[in-house]
Every structure is written in C-alpha cells, then in structure tokens.
Ligand binder design. Structure first.
Ligand SMILES: *Cc1c(COP(=O)(O)O)cnc(C)c1O
Length: 386
C-alpha cells in the first residue's frame, strides 16, 4: 500500500476494530478491561498501558514509515521526555542549536538536574558534527528542517558518523516540520523519529499529541515500557481526532507545500522583506540537500522583515492569518520566534544560533493562495514606515 492509502486504512481494517464493521475506529473510553480468568488479560488490561483506539493510532503511525512500531503520547513534549528517559545519569546529548524552544528547556532545565549533560551545536556545520560525533554522545537530537530558521541537517551523515563512533548512540530526529509524508528519517539511519502530532500529523489545531516511531524491536520494547511507566499517554478521544486528521495527511501536505512555495515567491518580491527562507527556494543555502533528503519542502516559511517595516504593526495587521504559536494546521498562522516560540531559550543562545529578532515564521495553511497573499500584502502595506 502507498502512503495515502495507509493513512486512510491502516489500524482501522474491517473486522479489526469492532465486530460491527465500523469503518473508523471506535473511541474506546474504558479505562480497564475485564478478564475471563486469573490467568492473563484478554488483550488489553488497563488503558494507560494499552487501549484499542490508541493502538489503532500507533499502527497507523508505524505503517506510514514501515517501522516496527510507534508509541503515542499526550504531547510532543511527552514523547521527548520519554525519549530522554532512555538515558541515564552521566549520559550526554548533542542537539541542534536551532531547535524547538520547549525541547531546549526540557534538556537544559529538567534533564540536566538528573545528571544528563547537553550541548548544542550547529548541525549544518560538517566540522562541528564530526567533532561532536567523535565525543561519542549517547543521544544525538536532530531537527530538520530546524525551527525556526529552516536549516537542513544531513541526517544520513550525522547518523552514520554517530553510529561509527558509538554504535549505541541513539539518533533521534524530530520530524515535526517535514511530517512523515515528506521525510523518512529511519531510512536515513535514525534510530527514532519524534513527532508533535499536534502539528501536521493531526493537522487541524484541535488536539495536542506526540509520537515516537521506531524500527527496532528491542528499542521499541524499552520505549514502550517507559511510555506506560512515565504515563504521558493520550486519551482515546485525542487518538481518534489525530487519526481523523491523518486520513488527509497526504492531501494536506501537498497543498501546504504548494501554498508555501507561492507565499515564498510573493514575499521574495516585497521590498519590505530582506530575506525569505524556504528549503524549496533555490536561494536556500541547502536547497540541494533538502531536495535529496526530502520528497517535498513542507509548509513552513520564515522571513526577515526589513527595517523599513514596523514589526509589531505588521504582526498585528494580518486579518486572515492568526498571530499565534503552533503550526501545521489547515489554517495559516504567523508568529515572531524571538518573543514567542523561542522565548524559553536564553538570549545568548538565541543569538549564538543566529536567530534574528526580525525573523517572522509563517505556517502556510491550505486556504486559497490569493486570499493568503492579499492578507500579507495589506499587512505589509500597513507596516511600511516610509
Ligand atoms: C510543537 C513542537 C514540539 C512539542 O510538541 P507539543 O505537542 O507542543 O508538546 C516539539 N518539536 C517541534 C518541532 C514542535 O514544533
């Protein structure tokens, strides 16, 4: 089966989810499951450990990447926490310096207190990746495209180097920005793929969730034990909503990409925009790597607003495009990383990672492109200072 077919059917095959022939998985709210005898549970025992609706979601997620399994979580952050708990005191993480703010905070503020050391490097810098791999970290945390600067990390290269130096090193790719539709990190050598399913995977800004996708039975079993031990599991209704969104993932991603390319082109023409960052543009410094590593460029566009425009006025002037954090929903969203999503990262770290306080991040939705460009145009007009 191809991706679009699996996204519709897998995990919900006829006869599998109920005896009534439901074509979508039912929401199994039961917290506990009765046994026939003392010997063993029938299939499920207790819904934190396993639940039929969650199991269907996990099957669908795993099928999209031909992985041994997937684990669903109550949030992307819950998935990150669980992945980090695969480590032990004294272990070391090397992570991308341009990274989701909450992940940065989790590693520095929370995991560091358990004796786990973290360092951040520019993973687009080949020498830095070589040096870091040589230091034999226990976990390598990659985001690509990175948030919010949309840099591309050579996943195959980073994974190979890390495993050469330390075969036990866990290479994790946060694939939230690309989605499983446009990038398959397991095929590139990653051990584990992480999603905030809150974003493209569910796609409708109506459910918070996360996932780990793993193609190794032993690692999957270790992570599954932590999933039920740490307890950051999603409720069945959340799983149902995530699956409802996933059925259109292929369609949505194509449209997000098409609109993002058009929006990037439109912004590039504006005198009030100094720089447009979109991996699909030939002007992107790693356009070739993006084209080789991904099957599409996804729907995130970042741009640097010129000093000839008032940043606050611009961000306060879009009408259709809401000013807000998050991304990957059918509706377009705009935000200011410096003061919003990256605010949890210390100022000096933001500067070191090359983040500009004039950078604007746009999650391009699936609306009609003319309405999106008209909204951006009127907001730019209102923001012009001379
Ligand atoms: C949103 C996000 C997360 C965190 O996920 P939550 O579902 O908000 O907990 C992690 N990584 C990336 C790239 C994200 O965009």
């Amino acid at each position: 089966m191809r991706f679009a077919t699996k996204a519709v059917h897998r995990g919900e095959e006829k006869g599998k989810v109920s005896k009534f022939g439901d074509v979508v998985v039912p929401v199994h709210l039961s917290t506990t499951f009765a046994r026939d005898s003392l010997d063993a549970p029938l299939v499920y025992e207790y819904s934190r450990a396993g639940n039929p609706t969650r199991n269907a979601l996990e099957e669908k997620l795993a099928s999209l990447e031909d992985a041994s399994g997937a684990l669903a979580f109550a949030s992307g952050t819950g998935a990150t926490t669980t992945a980090a708990f695969l480590l032990k005191k004294g272990d070391r993480i090397v992570a991308s310096d341009d990274i989701y703010g909450g992940t940065h905070r989790l590693f520095t503020a929370a995991m560091a207190r358990f004796g786990i050391d973290v360092s951040f490097i520019d993973m687009t810098d080949e020498d830095a990746v070589h040096r870091a791999a040589g230091s034999r970290p226990d976990m390598v945390w990659i985001e690509s495209p990175t948030n919010p600067q949309l840099r591309i990390v050579d996943i195959a290269e980073a994974a190979e180097l890390s495993h050469d130096h330390n075969p036990d090193s866990l290479v994790v790719v946060d694939n939230t920005f690309a989605s499983p539709y446009f990038q398959r990190p397991l095929d590139l050598g990653a051990d584990m793929v992480l999603y905030s399913t809150t974003k493209y995977v569910s796609g409708h800004s109506d459910v918070i969730g996360g996932a780990l996708v793993i193609d190794d039975e032993e690692l999957l079993a270790r992570a599954a034990l932590l999933q039920r031990t740490l307890g950051a599991t999603p409720g069945p209704l959340d799983c149902f909503l995530t699956m409802r969104g996933m059925r259109t993932l292929a369609l949505r991603m194509e449209k997000h990409q098409e609109n993002a390319m058009a929006v990037a082109g439109f912004l590039g023409e504006s005198a009030l925009v100094d720089q447009v960052i979109y991996p699909g543009l030939e002007s992107h410094p790693q356009h070739e790597l993006a084209s080789a590593q991904m099957s599409g460029y996804s729907g995130m566009v970042s741009f640097v607003l010129s000093p000839r425009a008032d940043l606050g006025r611009f961000l306060g002037s879009t009408e259709l495009i809401a000013l807000g954090v998050s991304l990957g929903g059918v509706e377009s969203l705009i935000e200011h990383p410096w003061s919003m999503t990256q605010n949890a990262i210390p100022v000096e770290d933001r500067r070191r990672a090359g983040l500009s306080d004039r950078l604007v991040r746009l999650s391009v939705g699936i609306e009609h492109i003319d309405d999106l460009t008209a909204d951006l145009e009127q907001a730019l007009d209102r923001a012009a200072t001379r």
